[in-house]
Design a protein around this ligand. Structure first.
Ligand code: NAD
Length: 254
């Protein structure tokens, strides 16, 4: 394993990208901090202020659902106002030029797509905040509709079709992973020859198993993160630096 900082990291990443025929990107909350969305595990991350709500608790308790919706509507402006940053744009360039075949993200903010990655080249393994869903019948609810239901009743919204529980289309801790998305991400991990893991502490499973699957199947693994991660010892190259400057210089975009 080679560990580098910004300058060497840019040069080495360029080389690995040039040699790759089929690269893949795996991202976490760290890629969106430069867009103003806090991550979970940094010193200023969300977990220093509040613990995440477990899926089982959300389902079990209306009170907890009220808490979840309160947090959601308080936090939604941060995501709604966020713009893609240099890191998102560099990844989009790698996708549209055909260097990267798929972006698998743990993020729920939609910034890869806003930054120019085509919808069909992004797999959101932890879902999205871009809409909500009934947990029982799967009916999709647009965010503004749910917000209106919340404003009118002051209560956690229930499905108008089947009476089930409406939840943001994100995957909470304790909730089953989306099968089709996980399968597509894992298949691509088996096929790629270069895996870039960007802005993730790589501690949340099963998502963190995706870069491991790539490495075990012969791909080179690059980890770009300002801090050490759980999987550094598996990587071929670890770049401890800020994401935007490194990716934009390595890819040649601003
Ligand atoms: P994490 O918070 O565990 O790890 C983020 C990592 O990124 C940290 O190790 C941090 O040091 C690093 N980092 C932050 N900003 C960076 C920067 N500018 N340059 C380099 N490194 C930087 O996040 P995770 O691994 O994605 O796991 C947390 C879970 O919470 C995931 O499921 C994630 O999707 C979700 N989450 C998503 C968002 C979002 O959608 N933007 C925000 C918070 C949490």
């Amino acid at each position: 394993m080679i560990r580098t900082g910004q300058q060497d990291g840019i040069a080495k990443l360029r080389e690995l990208l040039a040699e790759s025929r089929r690269a893949m990107v795996f991202t976490g909350a760290g890629i969106s901090t430069e867009s103003g969305i806090p991550d979970f595990r940094s010193p200023s991350g969300l977990w220093t202020r509040m613990k995440p709500i477990q899926f089982q608790d959300f389902v079990r308790s209306r009170e907890i659902r009220r808490e979840a919706w309160t947090r959601r509507f308080e936090g939604e402006d941060t995501i709604a106002k966020a713009e893609p940053n240099a890191g998102h744009r560099a990844i989009a360039r790698l996708v549209v030029t055909g260097k990267v075949s798929l972006v698998v993200t743990q993020n729920i903010d939609g910034l890869h797509q806003q930054g120019g990655v085509p919808e069909d080249k992004v797999v959101e393994v932890h879902g999205t905040t871009r809409y909500c869903k009934c947990l029982s019948c799967g009916l999709r609810y647009e965010n503004d509709v749910v917000k209106r239901m919340w404003a009118e009743t002051g209560d956690a919204p229930d499905c108008t079709s089947c009476g089930g529980i409406i939840k943001s289309a994100t995957i909470s801790f304790g909730q089953a992973m989306p099968e089709a998305e996980m399968e597509r991400a894992t298949m691509e991990a088996y096929e790629c020859d270069l895996m870039l893991a960007v802005g993730s502490s790589l501690v949340v499973y099963p998502a963190a198993g995706i870069p491991i699957a790539a490495k075990r199947n012969g791909a080179r693994l690059v980890i770009l993160n300002r801090e050490e991660t759980e999987l550094d010892s598996l990587a071929d190259l670890v770049i401890n630096a800020e994401i935007g400057p490194v990716l934009s210089a390595a890819v040649g975009v601003n």
